[in-house]
Design a binder for this molecule. Sequence first.
Ligand code: GCU
Length: 426
Amino acid sequence: MNYATFFCLLMLLMGTTMAQTKTFPAASALPEQKALPDPLVMFDGKPVTSKEQWVKQRRPELKALFQHYMYGYLPAAPKIKATVGKSFNDALGGTASIKEVTIDLGKVGAPKINVLVITPNNAKAPVPTILGLNFCGNHTVLNDPRVSLNPNWIPTTQYCPGVVNNQATEAARGKGIDSEWGVAQAIARGYAVVTFYNGDLAPDTPDFTRGVFPYFSATNATKETAWGNVAAWAWGFHRVVDYLRTDKAIDKTRIAAFGHSRMGKAAMFAAAMDERIAMAFPHQAGMGGTSPNRGTVGESVKAINDRFPHWFNDTFPLFNDHTARLPFDQHSLVALMAPRPVMFSCAVEDTWSNPAGQFEMLQAADKVYKFLGVEGLSATKMPEAGTAVNSRLGYFYRNGKHSTIGEDWKAFLDFADKHWQTPRVK
Ligand code: GCU
């Protein structure tokens, strides 16, 4: 390479770096921190000394750091318009009402979010809500022939049976990875279940020409810090919360975000970024959600970026072989929830998501909860399989594999009952 070419390349590199690093240094310039970075120390090394400083400085700084180096920047909230479509009051053997709501994101041609709202019929007041993101369409969560089949592209993976040419068929109803959600349990215990499909926001493919990507981007995002799918799905949570806060059947102070696995990563990020979400159930979320980036068990940062290059931003892969350079770990994402309750849930056979590492993230987040004057994690070691830790930082560990089953939902509802003092309907 001659000098002129080298100089041009250098300028180009510097230009990119400068655009990307208005506030934060390039990944390669970050110092190595083998131990977990302290959530109560500012990026410039100064300690956080008051609750006010946490809320006004450190919490926004951590939110920016996670967006900058990992998930990508979230666009500003658009003004949404929600339209109620079909509704029935005799679902689940007459115990629940269903309505379908379409959220228009306010830009011509942009995708719409199809929301399924399932509420208990015997409610006397607005109800607490589990808002969950699904993998394969709302019609897979509840087997009721009146629920509309999702019209959008759906993957043909083993997670989503009954899909032909990437379109849902009748055979998909109530089938697949989302089929064992505890909807009936939740309804019986006085909770609403609200759900939407990830592909309405961003199809789960490395293709940024579809979904919300052509229509929305953060004004401060560069190519390296533009949002990936996990952020787009999380942003979907925020838009559904925009709607739920206007729905009189829903208690807007008691909305929990739920998601399994990759949807759990989105649920965790969504809840961490938005205080309107009062609780989180990132179920078996693992790498990129609830397990340590610095961990050595199960999925690694490199493995997730290699297989799913569209989930995070284009800066995160720069940490593939340098996880110690990350100025945070996932305990700080949990700390962003403080003082709100959050429960991690894991399964014995799901070693890919590093259950012990997830517990360590809760242990490391505990100091922020204590700093804010509330209980954090009450357990000093991982519970036995089949038991739950129900402190404000909660942990449920069960036998079995990577899946969502009724036992998980029972643990979520027990946890929500405790922290929200929800009276049981029966
Ligand atoms: C893969 C991926 C995980 C993810 C999981 C899922 O196993 O490696 O990170 O959580 O898929 O979404 O089911």
